[in-house]
Write a protein that binds this ligand. Structure first.
Ligand code: SAM
Ligand code: SF4
Length: 346
């Protein structure tokens, strides 16, 4: 007689979910897979950056193992970022490997933040790995200005990347850092451009992270000003839409599109923080705006199983700080945290 009962599947042991001492549930991991980049954006990096020696980086297999350990603890969303994530050699291997967690249903979303320079090459492969949404950073639609902001970037190539993403069926969200005296005259144009393409757009306040060789106060434009200016042209209607991130959204009645504001400087959003950030060397930062960190590389390499790694993750989450206190102070011009955004990946 043949057995027609369904096969018994033994699910791997799943550990306790991650909850910090303030009761915040950690369900989102951002992973900077490289600190390197093919751009040198003026608010992110100095012109002459010293990057980590390649030997200090976790291998792609190790990154996969750490990400999987977090998925095992109830992380539902993984964002791959950098530096520029798509310049890391063989990065598609990591996307392909992590896509198994989408297939199993343990992971809700696998996504990335990119400057778009390599999207023409990789958009179709990303879609094939189960990526549905990508964030693309574009701070200007003027070729000359785009080059000035990114120092090395070519807007035409990024535009081709956006087209490739659309063709591959990826939903795009645009990110733009609001920069005083640089792109403030383009804010409305950027909104119309995004919404004409069916993309959401989010503006970000420049954060004082890392030495960039210039005074941050010269760049910083509060989004309260951006919002007030947009209201001269558009009707902004509050939207309950959330992506699980810090952005607060409105709908622009005239375009029907969504517009987000990330305001770490003018509004602190820490009480609802659900995320932690892993660097490419295996350091876990528990807060974007604080120096609290935990080394996961040593416990990762010390054990054949993940028990030491899981213990280190527990200790790290227990030490997650309550929040950040970014200040841009014209007198000191010192960054609030010494590392660049490209280390922890935005
Ligand atoms: N290279 C990719 C990109 O540019 O999208 C991913 C990494 S980048 C560090 C992630 C995001 O952080 C980008 O949207 C970028 O504009 C933003 N960013 C970088 N430095 C920043 C800073 N000091 N303040 C605010 N946003 C920053
Ligand atoms: Fe590179 Fe992104 Fe930083 Fe620009 S913002 S330098 S693209 S990592």
């Amino acid at each position: 007689m043949t057995d027609t009962s369904p096969p018994i599947i033994f699910a791997p042991q799943r550990h306790e979910p991650l909850v910090d001492t303030f009761g915040r549930h950690i369900s989102y991991l951002r992973v900077s897979v490289t600190d390197r980049c093919d751009f040198r954006c003026v608010y992110c990096m100095s012109e002459h950056m010293t990057f980590l020696p390649k030997r200090d980086l976790l291998t792609l297999e190790e990154l996969d193992r750490v990400c999987s350990a977090f998925v095992d603890r109830g992380v539902r969303k993984l964002r791959i970022t950098g530096g520029e994530p798509l310049v890391r050699r063989n990065i598609m291997w990591l996307f392909k490997s992590l896509s198994r967690h989408l297939d199993s249903g343990h992971l809700e979303e696998l996504t990335l933040t990119t400057n778009g320079s390599q999207l023409g090459k990789y958009a179709a492969d990303l879609a094939a790995c189960g990526v549905r949404r990508v964030n693309v950073s574009i701070d200007s639609l003027d070729e000359q200005k785009f080059r000035t902001i990114t120092r090395w970037g070519d807007l035409k190539v990024v535009m081709q990347g956006l087209d490739a993403a659309a063709k591959a069926g990826l939903k795009v969200k645009l990110n733009a850092v609001a920069l005083k005296g640089v792109n403030e005259d383009e804010i409305e144009t950027l909104v119309r451009f995004a919404h004409d393409r069916g993309a959401d757009i989010t503006f970000i306040e420049a954060m004082p992270m890392g030495d960039i060789g210039e005074n941050r106060a010269d760049q910083y434009l509060p989004l309260s000003i951006v919002r007030a200016r947009l209201m001269n042209t558009f009707t902004l209607e509050d939207s309950p839409y959330r992506t699980g991130g810090p952005a607060r959204y409105v709908t622009v009645r005239e375009t029907g599109g969504r517009l987000g504001f990330i305001t770490p400087m003018t509004h602190n959003f820490c009480e609802s923080c659900n995320r932690v950030r892993l660097t490419c060397t295996g350091t876990l930062y528990m807060c974007l705006g604080q120096d609290d960190k935990a080394d996961l590389r040593e416990p990762l390499r010390a054990g054949v199983t993940d028990e030491l790694l899981q213990q280190a993750i527990d200790q790290a989450i227990a030490a997650k700080p309550k929040g950040h206190d970014f200040i841009i102070d014209r007198r000191t011009s010192k960054p609030s945290v010494g590392r660049h955004m490209s280390v922890t990946g935005g």
